[in-house]
Design a protein around this ligand. Structure first.
Ligand code: HEM
Ligand code: CU
Length: 565
């Protein structure tokens, strides 16, 4: 038992213990995230209907403006606000302790909001259609960079508050043993975030000074190299955070324990060690960097980070399989997954997130990260095809799924429209799956990314894409629309639940907290010979086969586009 002035309540439905100040902050950050998702989603609709060449909705200037805002509001604002909520939840709530310095956390929140408003206003007044990568010497208005910097400072403060809360929990002995795996995953995300934001500062502060005329030259190659130390690493934050969410959901829905705590923790540590060098995969087609540098960094370093994701991709379903088998779903290889709660969006969203991230995002990512194969798809629409599989199906859908758990526990509201909620992950995840595959198809045919008009009307050097490219773009449009319907459903359900959902008993606040008792640090064990999770093992073999096949097909394809033989 710990006693202090802080106020705690225990959620009667989940047994989670919420610290009152942390609770308000988690809610505020999550709500800000959903608002950003709404804005980004409306823009997604407009740009999707423009890339669908037969519709070609908005004009060129608006297209680049909306694309810039879409990229930032989604990948920066929605994702990072939600991650801050996750950090506070995984420290204060999971460790049953008070949040360190809640006032400072509100300041961080305010900085992030002010930053968001600043760069959005700059973009929407037509002053910074520089895409989310804002490569120099493409100029944006100083307020654009300033907005990003303010946002980043806020996020950095939030990271330190997370770390501070871990210290508080340890000092006030609110848990026994080591921190839970989910908190460990959040800590990984936080460590990476600190590195990431530092890289962002190193490049964006000089760029801001350049935009106000204080510095007269920024080397474009240096900009790109450091920008990607920031841009790539921030994706590894997302991966760590959504993997932590997968583990959390496996535990929440199935009571699943990790197959091996040690293996899972080691896999998180691999992210920390190997992600920075792997950033080189964004520079594979850049002149000025040596082949040795590119090959070394993308081979050894990148594959170790990939290994980590594959470990999580195996151990999360493996843990679910073992928990299901213990409940008696032991028939054949797959009864455990057939009888999983497919109508529960917390589970279905998480599982689609895992499969989509692995099969679509993972395999395409390794292909693109290979120096020679990168030439096939560099700067084509294949690239957004790949990363919508990672950040949208992977990260965004994982965050959506955990929301369905947070609404009744953190917000104490009963979900409205449960029928729609059942379908939401399928609409969003499967729509996105089609969208991503079709984009990758169009990219393989050479269709460029970030391009308003691939008919090249009036261009000096015309080019005709094969008819199948137009078909792919149409399928992209349709898949995108289905996903957008899924996204709108999510927003409708979450906002509607906050406003109109039936209020649930929230438990009483008191000034005493309880200690978190961890299960012993061992896996299930005791299964003797044979595989503990044979169904998952079969999934892994299918994954491997798909991987090898796809990789091989691309080498074959490369040999045909490269008329050397
Ligand atoms: C229904 C959901 C979504 C749809 C239909 C959608 C659609 C699109 C389209 C059509 C593009 C333009 C591709 C190009 O021409 O190069 C794009 C770009 C992008 N999207 Fe999405 N998107 C969705 C959700 C998201 C989410 C949730 C994120 C982040 C978490 C995201 C991040 C991005 C980024 C970073 C870009 C690239 C911006 C740039 O090139 O600077 N999108 N999206
Ligand atoms: Cu990357």
């Amino acid at each position: 038992m710990t006693t202090n002035a802080a106020m705690f309540r225990v959620c009667p439905r989940s047994g989670l213990q919420f610290h009152k100040s942390a609770e308000g902050l988690i809610k505020a950050n999550a709500v800000a995230a959903v608002v950003a998702l709404l804005v980004g989603g409306l823009l997604a609709l407009l740009i999707t209907l423009t890339r669908w060449q037969a519709v070609h909705l908005v004009g060129a200037e608006d297209f680049y403006m909306y694309l810039t805002a879409h990229g930032l509001d989604m990948l920066v604002v929605w994702v990072i606000f939600f991650e801050v909520a996750i950090l506070y939840f995984c420290s204060s709530t999971l460790l049953r302790c008070r949040l360190a310095t809640p006032r400072l956390a509100w300041l961080a929140f305010a900085l992030m909001v002010i930053g968001t408003v600043t760069f959005n206003v700059t973009i929407f007044t037509g002053n910074a259609s520089v895409m989310m990568t804002s490569y120099v010497p493409l100029p944006g208005h100083p307020a654009f960079y300033l907005g990003l910097i303010l946002f980043a400072v806020g996020a950095l403060v939030a990271c330190f508050i997370f770390m501070g809360t871990l210290v508080v929990a340890k000092a006030e002995k609110t848990y026994e043993g080591s921190i839970p795996l989910v908190t460990f995953g959040a800590m990984t995300a936080c460590i990476i975030a600190i590195f990431t934001i530092a890289s962002g500062a190193i490049i964006l502060i000089p760029t801001f000074l350049w935009s106000i005329g204080y510095i007269n030259h920024i080397d474009p190659l240096m900009y790109r190299t450091i920008w990607w130390a920031f841009g790539h690493s921030s994706q590894q934050i997302n991966v760590s955070a959504h993997v932590a969410v997968w583990y959390a959901i496996a535990a929440i829905v199935f009571g699943a324990k990790p197959m091996s705590e040690r293996v899972s923790r080691t896999a998180f540590v691999l992210y920390i060690f190997f992600l920075q060098l792997a950033s080189a995969h964004h520079l594979l087609s850049d002149p000025g960097l040596s082949v040795e540098w590119k090959v070394f960094n993308t081979s050894y370093a990148m594959y170790l980070a990939v290994l980590a994701s594959m470990i999580h991709g195996l151990t999360v379903p493996g843990a679910i399989e073992m928990a299901q088998r213990e409940k008696g779903f032991t028939k054949g290889l797959f009864e455990w997954i057939r009888k999983a709660p497919w109508g529960n969006p917390v589970f279905s969203g998480m599982f689609i997130s895992l499969m989509g991230f692995g099969f679509l995002g993972g395999i395409s990512g390794v292909m693109m990260g290979t120096e020679q194969l990168n030439m096939l798809i560099h700067n084509t629409i294949y690239v957004p095809g790949h990363f919508h599989a990672t950040v949208v199906i992977g990260t965004t859908l994982a965050f959506m799924s955990i929301t369905y758990f947070l609404l009744p526990t953190l917000f104490n509201r009963e979900l409205i429209l449960p029928g729609l909620a059942k379908w939401q992950p399928y609409l969003f995840g499967l729509g996105m799956g089609v969208f991503c595959l079709a984009m990758m198809g169009a990219g393989t045919l050479g269709v460029p990314r970030r391009h308003w008009d691939i008919t090249f009307a009036g261009a000096a050097l015309p080019y005709e894409f094969p008819g199948s490219a137009w078909l792919m773009l149409a399928i992209t449009g349709v898949g995108g629309l289905v996903a957008i319907v899924g996204g709108i459903s999510y927003i409708l359900i979450t906002v509607g639940t906050l406003l109109f959902g039936r209020k649930l008993d929230e438990g009483r606040y008191s000034s005493t907290g309880t200690v978190l008792k961890m299960p012993a640090l061992v896996g299930h064990g005791g299964h003797g010979g044979g595989f503990a999770a044979p169904g998952t093992f079969v999934f892994a073999l299918v994954f491997l086969a798909a991987f090898v096949l796809y990789y091989f097909v691309n080498w074959k394809y490369l040999s045909t586009v490269w008329g050397l033989s």
